[in-house]
Design a protein around this ligand. Structure first.
Ligand SMILES: [Ca+2]
Length: 344
């Protein structure tokens, strides 16, 4: 998802991590001065101008009340920490033998269609299963918040009104496309289905993986895998490049000496932890040795998340694609490493 939120209720991951790094404006006092029902009338007007049917507007907005729990979850987002927590414990917890085993089993179960999905989208299948596994444990939890109520509450709350109102209207467009209103359940932050797409992402990128002309990311593994692949292709995945590789550093190598001088337009605190870009051959000439195959002309940044003496990685542009799905180094590193394990 290009935009932050992909949160689900039980786990504090996706949107939570993202929002932790995006400085939020303070709660707008005036945003909630209008009543919830008055605000929904405004949303209805905006939806009409975008061609949403009256039936979908009424179906989505009818009878909604604000969800206090959503506001509590949103305002309880962790603040920015000066020192990011160590990566290794997170990886140990999120890339264990059990999720690797489930990922390999899911991969094997879809093996007949994976070659064509890899050809069509150019993304290696293990990466797609790693995303699916991290998002919803392969569909075992997708959230049971009413999406309309969550999105309307977040929009009304006002801190990111443009984002969430757009998603609420996209939800109405899903109803106009024939998705039953009752099926619109997901995370408190508005993401849903096996890959935890936001409504706008669903409208743009949900894909059909099994050839039945439906793009069902609520219950169909093949469609889920194709949809994640479509997301990755759309986000600029470069076929044939790894997301990153482990790298050996010379003793005493001064990683901070190569700190980036760029500041990323969004999600800056995540990107600021990666070094300057250099080609793999330039890194080699500095003594940095990739420990897995990667072409010499590929641009990569160096990342040693837990400091001197701990694992270091050369990250390619494809790592940034994982970050677009969810802008967190913890998320992206665990997805990349899980994909490597599933592929092994
Ligand atoms: Ca399908």
């Amino acid at each position: 998802m290009t935009l932050p939120p992909k949160l689900k209720a039980p786990r504090l991951s996706l949107l939570a991590v993202c929002l932790a790094i995006i400085p939020l404006p303070p709660m707008q006092a005036d945003a909630q001065q209008e009543s919830f029902s008055a605000y929904l009338q405004i949303v209805a007007v905006h939806a009409r101008t975008q061609g949403v049917s009256e039936a979908a507007i009424a179906g989505v907005l009818g009878g909604l009340t604000p969800n206090q729990r959503v506001i509590e979850l949103d305002t309880a987002q962790p603040g920015s920490q000066n020192t990011p927590p160590a990566l290794a414990p997170y990886i140990a917890q999120h890339v264990d033998g059990s999720i690797v085993g489930r990922g390999r089993a899911r991969h094997a179960g879809l093996s007949s269609i994976l070659p064509q999905i890899e050809r069509r989208y150019g993304v290696p299948a293990p990466m797609l299963f790693a995303i699916w596994g991290h998002e919803t444990n392969f569909g075992s939890y997708t959230g049971d918040f009413d999406l309309a109520r969550s999105l309307a509450t977040l929009a009304w709350e006002g801190r990111r009104r443009a984002l969430f109102e757009g998603e609420l209207i996209a939800l109405m467009k899903m109803v106009d496309r024939g998705i039953p209103r009752a099926q619109l359940k997901g995370s408190w932050a508005g993401a849903f289905g096996y890959p935890q797409f936001l409504p706008s992402v669903y409208l743009r990128l949900a894909a059909d993986g099994d050839g039945d002309a439906k793009s069902d990311i609520f219950a169909n593994p093949a469609d889920t895998i194709a949809s994640i692949a479509n997301y990755f292709r759309d986000a600029g995945w470069r076929p044939g490049q790894p997301w990153g590789v482990r790298a050996a550093l010379p003793s005493g190598f001064d990683v901070p000496a190569y700190a980036t001088k760029l500041s990323a337009p969004s999600c800056g605190r995540v990107h600021a932890r990666h070094s300057q870009w250099k080609t793999v051959s330039e890194w080699r000439s500095l003594g940095v040795s990739p420990l897995a195959p990667i072409a010499s002309d590929v641009l990569a940044s160096l990342f040693q998340p837990d400091g001197p003496g701990t694992p270091a990685y050369l990250l390619t542009g494809n790592y940034r694609v994982i970050l677009q799905y969810n802008c967190s180094n913890y998320y992206a590193m665990s997805v990349g490493l899980l994909a490597d394990e599933i592929a092994r």
